[in-house]
Every structure is written in structure tokens, then in C-alpha cells.
Design a protein around this ligand. Structure first.
Ligand code: UDP
Length: 478
């Protein structure tokens, strides 16, 4: 078993370049990688694209040639990235199920994997022999297999937490033990080997058949074990040391904890948002500037989640009744049945609603005192890194896992609960933003922020270890 310390892990049993002197190592890397590339393949959703493109920027800055293979669906805009990054469309043909907003996320992921396997293989093959290694999103199980079939060493990037990945690896055992499919009678039982998770915190997707979800998770775990030469996780030991240790104990391949990626690549991360930033950013920041420190609640449920009209109304009323100033992102398409009118009779004088906000800037703003969030992993990391306590309203997938860590493990947030009305929402908002409980959460959140920033100083080593490992995987003579 490996020690996870502050930086990434050296691969066991592998000849790791870090054993040599820095100058010799640099020379060796240059020789191995001259004219050779790392091919990245992100999943085409914002929460997955951002960390992969952040990793691309970091690898490029270490002197690697980076090609980003991507789908036409939700394609990244090369103009917003460093000119040295190559963007290669795989030219897929997608069935409606893969892109329809009405399909559940599992059906979408299964359809994307099926439709993109061959186009990805062809695009990767067209870059050979100039590919030292591929890094693909961990949910692209088909791409993991395709790269391995071509003889290209491949790493999986997990854009979720170590706890989520660990729970995915444990799924077959949970199924054998009767915890999966989720038994509604056992929701508050702790899940053995996955503490602090309860049965209710396990990954789930409403509307998706349990067998489909289990099948998807099994494919992800199988591809990881059968095809990947390692896993790269966007997390850090200060918040997930034990989860990282357990992952490493379970896998024979090395795990690299390279997070928080967004803190390592400010320029690249900002570039991804350019045009929306110009549209909405300055207005949001100016509005925040007019508020006292720690007075504003930021509200956003991420880039994918969709809520019912009734939930939207109770959120709106709860915010209004709480008396707390709020900046609320209501993304087009985020409320079922189309953009709703605001409930009649509400007092909006304290709030501002926008279709998009520069979230990282908002969380870093001195006026922001709390974050009502769906607990997507990027949002969770961004909030942790800025020391902002959270009101957790997980919607699907890994968000329940993250919410449990926010509220129970790190003590920097409150659970809103699965069913809530306006008065419960208003009360939760007030508890998050004022009073003794709030002060205690803010202190703990500040502690996590400090540790996250210390981690950033040490993070260079994690990326260096990853680059060493990529070199050691290269099939070129060293
Ligand atoms: N985001 C943003 N502005 C918005 C909404 C989202 O910048 O108005 C960014 C946010 O900072 C985060 C990402 O979109 O980096 C959402 O990723 P997350 O994993 O939190 O949730 P997902 O969208 O995948 O559910």
C-alpha cells in the first residue's frame, strides 16, 4: 500500500524517473516525449470538461504536447485555450438518447459510450505512433478499453471525489450484501466500509432503473481494473486522505491525487468562461461589491440538474422569507416545463437572479457568506477552497456522497433534506448565514480553506509525479 501524503503517489514496482537527478530526469523526459503527445478525452459536460482542460493546461506547462480529443456535442472552443493545445474532433454520430435533456444521465452515459467508442478509437489511431499516453474521463469506460486495445497506455481521470470513486469500486460487494438496489427501509443505516455514508447517500439517479445504474457502474469499475494504467483524482489528502488510501489499497495501479485542479490553473479556468463572463460577470461582481462582508447567499444547482416547478417555487419563497440577500443562478432549462415566472407576491428587493454567474469569483468574493448548492464535486471543491459553508441540496448521482462529506465529515454545511417547504428552506438559510452554528461552520470552513491552500503550494509535486509516470509508461526507448 502506498502513502498518499501531500502529493501524488509514485507507482509501485515501476521505474519512476523521479529516482534520478532533476536535470537527468528533464533530459530523459524530453527524449521520451519529443514529438510525442498525451491525448486527453473529456466527457462533454461542464463539470467534466473543466477539470480535464485544467489538467491539459498543467501538462502543457510541463512541456508535454497535448491533444484534446473531443466530441462535437458540447465541443470546447479552442480559441479560449492556449494555442499549443491541439483540439481533435472525433466526429461522432449520436443517437437522440445521448443528448436529449429528457433522458436520464445514466441512459445518456451508456449511449455516449456506445456511440463514441469507434470514433474515439479511430481518432486516437490517427495520432499514432505519436502518443505516449492517453488520459480519458473515468466515465468513458468504452474509451478506456479502446485505448488499451490500440496498445496505448491509458489513465482514468476521476472528476468526482475519492469517496465517490471508492463507492463505485465497492458496488459489487454492496450488491452482494443487499444494500444495492437501495432499500427504502434501510435509508439511515450506515454502509459498512464506506463510512460516513448511509444507504441514502449512495449514488442514485431518480427515474433510472437500478439495474441500469449498477450495470453502468460495473462497466466503469471493470474498465478501470482491466484497461487503465492508473487513476488521476481531482482531490487532495487534506480532505480525503483515508478515501485515497483505501482506493490505493484496492487498486493495483497507482492513484494520483492532483487536486484541487482549479486552484492550480487560474488562467485556463478563467478562459473557459470567457464569453459568459463578459456577459454576466461584471454585473454579478458589481452587485456583490455593494454588499457587506459575508452577507450574501450564493445559490446554484450546477450545469445539469433540473428541478420541478414546485421545488423552484419553495426555493423562491424560502429565499424571500429568510431576509438574507441572495445571488441566484437560474439556468435556462433548469426548471422542468420551461422558465417559470416568479411566484406572485414575493419580495425580491434583497435578491438578484442571473442565468449564469462566474462561480469561482463569486465564492471568492468577500460579500459571499454561504452557498446553497447541489454539491457537484467541482462546486464542492470550489466552495471548500474559498472557505464558504454550504447548504446541501443534492439532486442525483455523486451529489449525495459529496453532501454527506460536506455536512457530516467536514462539518462545513447543513442538509436541506430531500423534501422541504418554504419555511424549512428559510430556516436553513438563516442557520447557515447567521448565529452560533454559522460561526462554528465558518471557522471549520476557514480551516479547510487554509489546508486547501497549503495543499496548492505542494501540488506541483503531484503533477510532477504524474508526468514522471506518463514518461515511464511510454513505449519509446528511454
Ligand atoms: N458554474 C459556473 N457558473 C454557473 C454554474 C456553474 O461557473 O452559473 C461552474 C462551477 O463553477 C463548476 C461547474 O460549473 O465548476 C459545475 O460543476 P459541478 O461539478 O459542481 O456540477 P455539475 O454541473 O457537473 O452538476
Amino acid at each position: 500500500m502506498q502513502s498518499h501524503g501531500a502529493s501524488a503517489l509514485a507507482p509501485s514496482g515501476k521505474a519512476c524517473a523521479s529516482a534520478t537527478s532533476p536535470a537527468a530526469m528533464a533530459e530523459k523526459e524530453a527524449a521520451v516525449l519529443a514529438g510525442r503527445r498525451v491525448a486527453l478525452f473529456p466527457l462533454p459536460f461542464q463539470g467534466h470538461l473543466s477539470p480535464m482542460l485544467q489538467l491539459a493546461a498543467l501538462l502543457r506547462a510541463r512541456g508535454l504536447a497535448v491533444a484534446v480529443l473531443h466530441t462535437d456535442f458540447n465541443a470546447p472552443d479552442p480559441a479560449r485555450h492556449h494555442p499549443d493545445l491541439a483540439f481533435v474532433p472525433i466526429r461522432e454520430t449520436l443517437p437522440e438518447e445521448a443528448t436529449s435533456p429528457d433522458a436520464d444521465i445514466v441512459a445518456q452515459l451508456l449511449a455516449l459510450n456506445a456511440a463514441c467508442e469507434a470514433p474515439f478509437r479511430d481518432a486516437l489511431a490517427s495520432l499514432l505512433p505519436d502518443v505516449a499516453c492517453a488520459v480519458v474521463d473515468g466515465q468513458w469506460y468504452a474509451a478506456l478499453g479502446a485505448a488499451a486495445q490500440l496498445g496505448v497506455p491509458v489513465l482514468a481521470l476521476r472528476t468526482d471525489s475519492a469517496a465517490t470513486f471508492r463507492s463505485m469500486l465497492a458496488y459489487p460487494r454492496l450488491r452482494d450484501a443487499g444494500y444495492i438496489p437501495i432499500d427504502e427501509q434501510r435509508l439511515d443505516e450506515p454502509v459498512p466500509e464506506l463510512e460516513p455514508l448511509r444507504v441514502r447517500d449512495l449514488i442514485r439517479v431518480d427515474g433510472c432503473q437500478p439495474d441500469a445504474l449498477c450495470g453502468f457502474i460495473a462497466r466503469v469499475a471493470d474498465a478501470m481494473c482491466a484497461s487503465a494504467s492508473g487513476v488521476v483524482v481531482n482531490t487532495f489528502a487534506a480532505i480525503e486522505a483515508s478515501e485515497l488510501d483505501k482506493i490505493q489499497a484496492e487498486l493495483s495501479q497507482p492513484a494520483f491525487a492532483v487536486g484541487p485542479l482549479h486552484k492550480l490553473t487560474p488562467a485556463a479556468a478563467a478562459a473557459e468562461h470567457d464569453f459568459r463572463y463578459q456577459l454576466y460577470g461584471p454585473d454579478c461582481v458589481a452587485w456583490l461589491d455593494a454588499h457587506p462582508p459575508r452577507s450574501v447567499l450564493y445559490v446554484s444547482l450546477g450545469s445539469v440538474a433540473c428541478i420541478d416547478r414546485g421545488v423552484f417555487d419553495e426555493m423562491a419563497w424560502g429565499l424571500s422569507i429568510s431576509g438574507v440577500p441572495f445571488l441566484w443562478v437560474v439556468r435556462p432549462g433548469s426548471v422542468r416545463g420551461g422558465m417559470p415566472a416568479l411566484p406572485y407576491g414575493l419580495d425580491w428587493s434583497m435578491g438578484k437572479i442571473v442565468p449564469w454567474a462566474p462561480q469561482r469569483d463569486v465564492l471568492a468574493h468577500r460579500a459571499t457568506g454561504g452557498f446553497w448548492t447541489h454539491c457537484g464535486w467541482n462546486s464542492t471543491l470550489e466552495s471548500v477552497c474559498e472557505g464558504v459553508p454550504m447548504l446541501a441540496q443534492p439532486c442525483f448521482g455523486d451529489q449525495t456522497v459529496n453532501a454527506r462529506y460536506v455536512t457530516q465529515q467536514w462539518g462545513v454545511g447543513l442538509e436541506l433534506g430531500e423534501v422541504f417547504d418554504r419555511s424549512r428552506a428559510a430556516e436553513a438559510v438563516r442557520r447557515l448565514m447567521v448565529g452560533e452554528e454559522c460561526a462554528a461552520m465558518r471557522e471549520r470552513a476557514h480551516g479547510l480553506k487554509t489546508r486547501a491552500n497549503q495543499r496548492v503550494a505542494a501540488a506541483t509535486r503531484a503533477i510532477d509525479n504524474l508526468v514522471d509516470y506518463i514518461c515511464s509508461l511510454s513505449t519509446a526507448p528511454c
